[in-house]
Design a protein around this ligand. Structure first.
Ligand SMILES: C[S@@+](CC[C@H](N)C(=O)[O-])C[C@H]1O[C@@H](n2cnc3c(N)ncnc32)[C@H](O)[C@@H]1O
Length: 219
């Protein structure tokens, strides 16, 4: 199927397209965002924080739902908040255009339509075990210019304050980023980077998950 709808603020055009081979891709303003063929890095983003013991998790970006599905597949996960900028993506999941209506029915899941920066800000302090961000391609390959702020120090400060002691901020990126590592290193006791090899229709690429663990507290 190809469906095109302007988003609620009328600025972005979000498109779902079914290819001839049956796979589905998501585009915003004509720019490829993701497909449902190679989703290992989206799933790893979730699995890594589950394996670290996270039980209450906030996810930036519903997309095609692979990160949320992986989280909810873990019985140890008790609460997932997903922030999604484009309400029509949630609507497509709800009406069956996209798979995932069963995720939306999971009582552990809350989907909030809005900017992840606002959604994180409204969480109580020290209330989350992990925040996982996959709203854009990383600071150097933005689909939405305004998402530059997602990778900047001020938002990392907000994220760190919403995490419990020992919590994790995990960021998906198309490439490793010295800037993101530096932001994390200032705010977290431990910083790690995981390279995720992916096969993009025969082309080998590497995506990255950058993680800060244990927020440093002032004083
Ligand atoms: C790459 S996709 C996420 C993929 C997702 N991890 C999955 O498993 O399918 C990025 C998603 O983030 C959403 N998005 C972009 N900017 C956002 C923002 N600032 N706040 C919340 N969602 C945002 C996009 O509409 C898109 O659905």
């Amino acid at each position: 199927m190809t469906e095109e709808h302007p988003d609620e603020n009328g600025e972005d055009e979000v498109t779902l397209r079914r290819r001839e081979d049956g796979s589905v891709e998501l585009r915003v303003n004509g720019v490829f965002v993701m497909d449902d063929v190679e989703t290992s890095s989206e799933r790893l983003l979730a699995r890594a924080v589950v394996d670290l013991g996270a039980s209450e998790v906030l996810v930036g970006g519903l997309g095609l739902g692979f990160t949320a599905r992986e989280l909810l597949s873990a019985p140890s996960v008790q609460r997932v908040v997903v922030a999604e900028l484009h309400g029509e993506i949630v609507g497509w999941m709800r009406d069956g255009t996209l798979p995932g209506a069963e995720l939306l029915d999971d009582p552990r899941l809350q989907v909030v339509v809005g900017d992840v920066r606002d959604v994180v800000s409204t969480q109580p302090e020290a209330s989350l075990d992990a925040i996982v961000l996959d709203v854009d391609n990383g600071p150097d390959f933005l689909v939405h210019d305004q998402n530059a702020a997602v990778y900047e120090p001020d938002f990392a400060d907000v994220c760190a304050s919403r995490l419990r002691p020992g919590g994790h901020l995990s960021i998906w990126s198309m490439a490793d980023s010295a800037d993101v590592r530096a932001v994390l290193e200032e705010r977290f006791e431990q910083v790690g980077a995981t390279a995720v090899p992916v096969d993009l229709q025969g082309r080998d690429e590497t995506y990255w998950v950058l993680t800060g663990s244990a927020p440093r507290r002032a004083g």
